[in-house]
Write a new protein. Structure first.
Length: 584
């Protein structure tokens, strides 16, 4: 294996022959930008400062307009890679510091002479959302579900040879007018699958095409017409055919081949579709769909896993009492695993219970790791694994893990938000802003990103902008009180104690009618300097198993209480040791 050849996306960088290639063809790039690209790739995932770049590429003794020269070279590299500073896939700008190469790199055995010879390295594949040909938008859940299942099936095949882009990023291309070439460049993939699905009279008709991104060659096309009850068997068959067409050895675990009741599967897909919306009304409707599926077939494990995640999500995002939700989530996840030990979603669901409710970090880690092994393309499993590391202050492990999740699912709002969140937990505030701005550009109503951005602005003393973000988060989340508590805290520390007290009163009134997480009230009290009442609220939060306690060790706003005996005792009860946060 040559250490002088690096592979990323559709590109090869050959340091021995000093050239950049795409699909075996040389990409024109001047010597200085090419040297800069080599430096960034060799330092992959690490920050290269402006000063380091200038010294390494231009030398210490050369007199140049360093800033202008570096900017020009970076611009040429980005142009050659088809990269964008606003939506980087290869080179990330770290504001006022430097640059970082963020794509996954791998050594290559030899220069690739033609796309047909790609069988000896890891191939990148994307499945475009199947087009719904039913003529009714209410059937979108079916075509989206088929897309997701096909992605899952393909991810099971020889993960060391085939990397599959996760579903969240692919759904961004639903209804797109972008060309195959443009999408391939944006995602850095070698092949794409596009197609359509139609469901009618108890049958499903799926048409698929496998297209090579480098030259838009149609490698394979086929139409499948099967009874709806055989849909899982059909998906497995399609995945195997595609894998064979791109010369991937089929060494992974076996794929499901059993028939499934069409109505059960239909209800399951509807539930998944609703659950992704992450609002309390949609999640409640998703629960009803999963329960209806299970009333017809109580042994359908995916529906139990979906039900478990729904109950957990209500407690995490929608101000539902954890003690009312997590026991049901635990029961559903255990049933799913009893029925199917190899179902990744079931391991993720059980890991979520251990993480948010049990505060059992070791068992949560094991479940998320198991899900990663079962489905290497599951960005959510890797995201939660990073979450455990981050909340425990293991920032050195958390940041690369969440960045890997983002590479698997580059357009996922929640994955990108958590990248910003975990950088915030590590006190790397400048770096944290960029992924959050990416999310807000693509999904302006994604309230979780608004909360994290507001928190960063707040610790930086930009109180007006922070308050504006928290107000948007309240509106877009349909009233989640985390944003309300953060707004009250920010008002208090910015000198508006009277307004903060009104927020506190509002939370207390709401708590008499509906559950309000005690940590949110504690935050406002913290801003107002009422330390004794803060401890009382945190103690109440422990009794309620408030999910926000899992952030005590890393949230900067709790820094004034570190070393206070009562606060340290609460941290230990949550399994967070001394509760001391350290950046990294």
């Amino acid at each position: 294996m040559s250490a002088g050849i690096f592979r990323f996306g559709p590109f090869e960088l050959d340091s021995e022959n000093f050239e950049l290639r795409r699909a075996g063809r040389r990409v024109k790039l001047d010597r200085t930008p090419l040297e800069l690209l080599l430096l960034l790739v060799r330092r992959s995932t690490k920050l290269v400062t402006h000063e380091e770049a200038v010294q390494e590429v231009w030398g210490r003794d050369v007199v140049i307009e360093a800033e202008a020269a570096l900017y020009t070279a970076i611009r040429k590299v980005r142009r050659a890679l088809g990269d964008s500073p606003g939506k980087p896939r290869f080179i990330e700008t770290v504001a006022r510091k430097g640059y970082r190469f963020i794509a996954v790199t791998a050594p290559a055995a030899a220069p690739i002479k033609a796309a047909e010879e790609e069988g000896q390295r890891r191939i990148a594949l994307a499945v475009l959302p199947l087009v719904n040909l039913s003529g009714h938008s209410r059937q979108d859940y079916f075509s989206d579900g088929l897309t997701e299942q096909l992605i899952f099936e393909l991810a099971q095949f020889s993960p060391h040879e085939l990397g599959v882009i996760a579903r969240t990023s692919m759904l961004r291309y639903k209804g797109t007018r972008k060309s195959i070439a443009q999408i391939g460049t944006e995602l850095g993939v070698d092949y794409l699958i596009e197609g359509s699905a139609r469901q009618e009279r108890g049958r499903v008709r799926i048409t698929l095409q496998l297209i090579r991104a480098s030259d838009q060659t149609h490698v394979w096309a086929e139409t499948f017409d099967r009874p709806l009850g055989h849909i899982l068997r059909l998906q497995a068959q399609v995945a195997r055919i595609v894998a064979e067409k791109i010369r991937v050895s089929l060494t992974a675990a076996s794929v499901p081949t059993a028939a499934v009741d069409p109505e059960v599967y239909d209800l399951y897909l509807r539930g998944r579709y609703l659950a992704e919306q992450r609002t309390a009304p949609a999640i409640r409707r998703a629960i009803r769909r999963f329960e209806s599926a299970l009333s017809r077939n109580s042994r359908y494990a995916p529906a139990w896993a979906g039900l478990a995640k729904c109950y957990a999500t209500l407690a995490i995002t929608s101000d539902f009492r954890p003690r009312d939700c997590f026991p049901q989530a635990r029961n559903a996840s255990e049933k799913a695993l009893t029925l199917d030990q190899k179902l990744p979603d079931a391991h993720v669901a059980r890991g979520i219970v251990h993480f948010w409710f049990d505060w059992d970090w070791e068992r949560a880690t094991r479940e998320f790791q198991a899900a990663c092994l079962l489905n290497p393309s599951d960005s959510s499993a890797r995201m939660f694994l990073a979450h455990v590391h981050s909340n425990l202050g293991r920032h050195v492990e958390a940041i690369p893990e969440i960045q890997m999740a983002r590479r698997l699912d580059p357009l996922s709002p929640i994955v990108n938000t958590h990248e910003g969140h975990f950088l915030y937990n590590a006190r790397r505030y400048d770096e944290a802003i960029e992924p959050l701005e990416r999310v807000i550009e693509l999904s302006p109503h994604f309230w979780v990103a608004r909360i994290v951005l507001g928190k960063i602005l707040g610790v930086r003393g930009r109180f007006g902008r922070a308050l504006a973000e928290f107000l948007k988060a309240e509106r877009y989340s349909l009233g989640n009180t985390e944003a309300t508590g953060l707004r009250g805290y920010t008002l208090a520390v910015s000198g508006n104690a009277s307004q903060a007290r009104r927020i506190l009163q509002e939370l207390e009134v709401r708590a008499r009618r509906h559950y309000v997480p005690p940590v949110h009230r504690a935050l406002v009290l913290l801003g107002l300097g009422r330390s004794r009442e803060v401890i009382e609220s945190l103690q109440a939060a422990v009794e309620e198993r408030d999910v926000r306690l899992s952030f005590l060790a890393v949230e900067p706003r709790w820094d004034p209480l570190r070393g206070v005996p009562d606060f340290e005792r609460i941290c230990r009860r949550v399994g967070l040791g001394a509760g001391v946060s350290q950046g990294g």
